[in-house]
Design a binder for this molecule. Structure first.
Ligand code: PXG
Length: 426
């Protein structure tokens, strides 16, 4: 099982068997309020008929068609729709089947683009501590989670990392962007000074680091990364696998926060997670440089059997329709103040040492139990599940990221339950 304590799971299997809207049904017949959109992905809520019907129709029309040297209409249609949601200029789209594949695709495209511009020595990739970019070899190389790397040799040689931006001492209980830490972006300049800009292809960051516990970027941090990248010809990649599709109140964090990267990676909310799919959006000028540098024939020796799969494309189109029809990104934006107040109402509760919020995301950091780091959050995760609430535990942090259809009463239920259960955990 993925990222699971297999033996512990099998000793007490907690199963989900069906879902609708804001809720799952558990294997033992209980209703579970979904505080995490599955795994940050079912942003429109579960089993939306508009999406399931589109998938069924696609499955009965064109179950599969190759996209190597052939095409079919749906992914082109979806690419156009997606491009319209991206920041100005990022309108060339490549489809994958997951966030991990999107990341590896983006890193490869970055190196290929540099090479096509006569910058073939630029192969080094820069990530950040506490970054999560999936589980491919590219992703773990730039990722900054030690357990995901050390078993597997650490990943690609040459990758290097900036420091993470998490700083409870200076920023505890910030609402939105924390005040302190813009200077941490200068780590990129230090790595340029150390390695030479002519060795660096790209830097990749999550605009808001999700998996390692909701690390919201300090005020001005992303802007400064953009400036340093421009100064040195480094391609800036935003990994928006979590932040895209309404999570922070807009189609992308880049658009919402006004910093335009060169490449954006996506997955999860693209299809409401009903069929696996990822995508990479690339600035047109980078795309054109790469395509035109090749005299003829195949320009990018990369792709997947299932790139642009008809069922995924149909799910994506129906999902984007639903987001637009119901104004879900705007809804997330409007609800974020209520969400923030509800989350911060846990300030002062037992074990809570920090609360971080942005858009419809919250991270609640607990004081680690002495001698047993992560145990407290894992116990709380289990207690929540057993009491009808799905949250995520990562380290000693509880992360919440509900479907964008969440009602205020459900927000109250989430934080009310969490507050009460905090009192029951040692
Ligand atoms: N990039 C980012 C920023 C992600 O959050 C991936 C890439 C990889 O996506 P795939 O589709 O290959 O899993 C992710 C995935 C969690 C959690 O609870 C987060 C992810 C996956 C599973 C659990 O934080 N993010």
């Amino acid at each position: 099982m993925p990222f699971t304590a297999n033996r512990s799971y099998k000793a007490n299997p907690r199963q989900l068997v069906s879902a609708s809207g804001m809720h799952y049904q558990s294997g033992d017949g209980r209703t579970i309020l979904d505080g995490t959109s599955g795994l940050w992905c079912s942003n429109a809520g579960h089993c939306r008929p508009e999406i399931t019907e589109a998938i069924a129709k696609a499955a009965g029309t064109l179950d599969f068609a190759p996209t190597f040297q052939l095409g079919h209409p749906l992914p082109f249609e979806l690419a156009q729709r997606l491009a319209a949601l991206m920041p100005e200029g990022l309108d060339r789209i490549f489809f994958t089947n997951s966030g991990s594949e999107s990341v590896d695709t983006a890193l490869k495209i970055a190196i290929a683009v540099q090479r096509s511009k006569g910058q073939g020595t630029r192969t080094r990739l820069i990530g950040r501590e506490r970054g999560y970019h999936g589980t491919g070899f590219g992703g773990i190389s730039v990722g900054g989670i030690v357990t995901n790397r050390r078993t597997f040799g650490g990943g690609l040689p040459g990758a290097d990392h900036m420091r993470h931006t998490h700083d409870i001492a200076r920023n505890a209980f910030s609402r939105g962007f924390p005040q302190c830490g813009v200077e941490l972006a200068d780590d990129l300049q230090r790595l340029v000074d150390l390695h030479g800009a002519d060795t660096i292809a790209a830097v990749i960051v999550e605009p808001m680091a999700g998996s390692t516990g909701v690390l919201v970027p300090p005020t001005g941090y992303l802007q400064r990364l953009r400036v340093i990248c421009d100064r040195h010809g480094i391609i800036l990649i935003f990994d928006e696998v979590i932040t895209a599709f309404g999570r922070v109140g807009g189609a992308t964090a880049a658009g919402q926060w006004g910093v335009t990267p060169d490449i954006i990676t996506m997955a999860k909310g693209l299809t409401n997670a009903a069929v696996p799919m990822g995508a990479v959006a690339v600035k047109r000028e980078l795309h054109d440089a790469m395509i035109e540098s090749v005299p003829g024939g195949i320009e990018l020796f990369h792709g997947y059997t299932y790139s642009g799969h008809p069922l995924a494309s149909a799910a994506g189109l129906a999902t984007l329709d639903l987001y637009a029809r119901d104004g879900l990104f705007e809804r997330a934006n409007e609800l974020s103040a209520y969400w923030e107040d509800a989350a911060h109402s846990l300030k002062g509760r037992r074990h809570v040492i920090d609360i971080r919020t942005i858009g419809l995301v919250a991270g609640i950091e607990l004081k680690p139990r002495s001698g047993a780091p992560t145990a407290r959050a894992m116990e709380l995760f289990h207690a929540c599940f057993d009491n009808g609430l799905l949250v995520r535990a990562t380290g000693d942090i509880i992360a919440l990221s509900p479907p964008l259809i969440v009602a205020k009463a459900e927000i109250d239920e989430m934080f009310g339950k969490l507050g009460n259960l905090l009192d029951t955990i040692a």
